[in-house]
Write a new protein. Structure first.
Length: 296
């Protein structure tokens, strides 16, 4: 029996296009797991041609995956992609998308030019192009793991000249859920002023600005709260704000208060707005100013 190798008599190359057959998404970690019908070249995948959508038919909110992320560096049927925190924040801000498996679908399409493929969404190891999954018949997630993390208030800034508080959170918040009356400023020595109102706006997905009411601003000055950077702290009662999944900011006790991060002192001089009265009998002069003033 000869030990010589036999030459191949016929060879048929792989011509079967790979397909995305399943995927999962973890909204806490921002990690996707994509399962393909065969091994794909991970470096060939064009993530910007993958679109999350809230329905199989393509109507409703959607989110195009970012160009980059942390990818499992191996050619395998299963490829993972972990979004950067900023991209996960953008995804979490899309209302009605990826809130459950019923609102988590994905489409994958090549870029076409004049009817021909210009840029494929990916390749297998033989160079076969990844098959399209059209937006009108998107693939539903096998599993969707909802975010389980409550928001965290990382820091706050106070500008007494502008009359604003800026809150900095660790992830996307639902700005409409912010309740200013659950926030309290203190001097760190037992004197505190709880906010009574103020207008709220989003500075970014993770940052909120509160414009203080005139009464609250006056209360800070008259009680000596936050009149210096060393005497300015913030704490909150429960449910002051929620993230997009409805998870609320935990309560922070007074003895766990945050110290102010960026502080701008009051640079606006008080203005005499009214000469109220002068009593000739006792020599009392009554004046009204634009803000609380030191009387001694």
């Amino acid at each position: 029996l000869s030990s010589a190798a036999l030459p191949i008599s016929a060879y048929t190359s792989d011509a079967t296009p790979p397909q995305l057959v399943a995927f999962t998404l973890n909204m806490t970690s921002g990690e996707f797991f994509f399962t393909f019908s065969e091994s794909v070249a991970y470096s060939s995948i064009r993530w910007a041609q993958f679109t999350l959508q809230a329905s199989a038919a393509g109507d409703g909110p959607s989110f195009t995956l970012p160009v980059s992320g942390t990818v499992s560096a191996r050619n395998d049927p299963i490829v993972s992609l972990t979004l950067a925190q900023a991209d996960l924040d953008r995804l979490a801000a899309v209302v009605g998308l990826a809130t459950s498996r019923a609102t988590t679908y994905i489409s994958v399409t090549a870029v076409y030019f004049r009817g021909a493929i210009k840029t494929a969404a990916g390749y297998d190891m033989a160079g076969n192009l990844l098959a399209d999954i059209y937006p009108e018949s998107a693939l539903q997630a096998t599993q969707l793991f909802s975010n389980i993390l409550h928001p965290v208030l990382n820091s706050f800034d106070l500008n007494l000249t502008a009359g604003t508080i800026t809150l900095h959170f660790d992830a996307t918040i639902n700005i409409t859920s912010l309740r200013t009356y659950r926030l309290t400023l203190s001097d760190g020595n037992g004197t505190a002023v709880s906010l009574t109102g103020g207008s709220v706006s989003a500075l970014s997905l993770t940052d909120a600005v509160i414009v203080l009411t005139a009464d609250d601003l006056d209360a800070l000055k008259s009680h000596g709260v936050c009149t210096t950077v060393a005497a300015c702290f913030l704490y909150n009662s429960a449910s002051a704000v929620a993230n997009m999944q409805g998870l609320y900011l935990p309560a922070r006790a007074a003895n766990e208060s945050l110290s102010v991060h960026s502080y701008t002192t009051d640079t606006i001089a008080p203005v005499l707005v009214q000469f109220v009265s002068f009593n000739l009998t006792d020599g009392t002069l009554s004046l009204s100013f634009s803000e609380p003033i030191a009387t001694s």
